[in-house]
Design a protein around this ligand. Sequence first.
Ligand code: GLU
Length: 428
Amino acid sequence: MAVESFNPFRMAQQQFDVVAERLGLDTATRQLLREPEREIHFSIPIRMDDGGTAVFRGFRVQHNTARGPSKGGIRFHPHETIDTVRALAMWMTWKTAVVDLPLGGGKGGVICDPHNLSMREQEALCRGWIRKVAECIGPEQDVPAPDVMTTAQHMLWMLDEYERITGRKAPGFITGKPVSMGGSLGRTEATGYGVIYILREAVREAGGSLAGVSASVQGFGNVAQHAIELLTSYGGKVTAVACWDQREQRAFTYRKREGIDLPALRSITNSYGEIDRSRADELGLDVLDGDDWLKQDVDVLIPAALENQIHAENVRSINPRVRFIVEGANGPTTPEADEYLRETGVQLIPDFLANAGGVTCSYFEQVQSNMNYYWTRDEVLSKLDTKMTEAYYAVSELAQKRSIPMREAATMIAVSRVAEACKLRGWV
Ligand code: GLU
């Protein structure tokens, strides 16, 4: 599992440096893009249900705003670190740029475990987070969204607090809201569906189709569940799902060679995407070790949990039959694992391209909220498909032309767009 010394920000900078060198960026542009434009660190004191007060540490990092307001989610996680948030903010800058949205990149976080917080305490945390950052965020500055362990309800509490502070309605301030309260149809499924639109094109380029494709998935949260939903509707099958077990504090892989039944698996899963292991038998699932999802005899691996999941210590255990890795999570593969995979011929589609469906749909949500006019689900998903497909082919073409991995090609496209914006603004 996770390597102790792993630092996602160092990893993000390493990935950037390779591309900065390739693009021949000048020193000032490199300095500007290697670090966040701004970061805010703060404490949020919360009155707990037992009458005591607990203090939580929160962050917001705005990596770059040259192409538009910074955009990115807020994570609630007990192991959150500022370097994780910095890395994720940088990846958001590349993500919005690679799909060519008029937005920059940001990310937020709180060190907390929502499993141990009541709904009232979570509401207080959301409102406290907004009070600490209200002056530096807003529809024209920085637009938050959900991420790991944050939901539409959290977004709505945050919106409400922001509107209280500013004294006006600002539905475009945050995305991932409930559909009945200014959210966009299609937003919940957008990230997972986007992963599969991208996979569909990769498989098509290789001369195949998704019908009959088999996959093993890490994670069973929002991204994973919707990726599985769309993949199975295209005729593919998922034979293994790895998932965190809160009670045991470790992960397990659930396997069914004939293909996992998504509604059945959902029925034994809680709102954090954690499968109830004691009921795996009922569904005829084999329960294996947490890393065993990598060893499955499948065409595709979809890491859709957290960062640092495919690394130097486990990358060699990937089944030789695997042909595609589509990163639903942010930062799941370390540079060492990337280097190894490069030699094996597995096609890896990088996170900030593969999972850009979420932020793309968030952008659609912002547009709809700002116009106060809402589109149908079909309209949203077909616009999403077009955007993702275009981005895929732009990256794939460059990767083939230069004989470089897709991560490098995608980063080149994104970084050059952001560098160009910084130059045009006269920043560097
Ligand atoms: N948290 C998601 C991501 O990592 C979505 C961000 C957004 O919608 O702004 O891409």
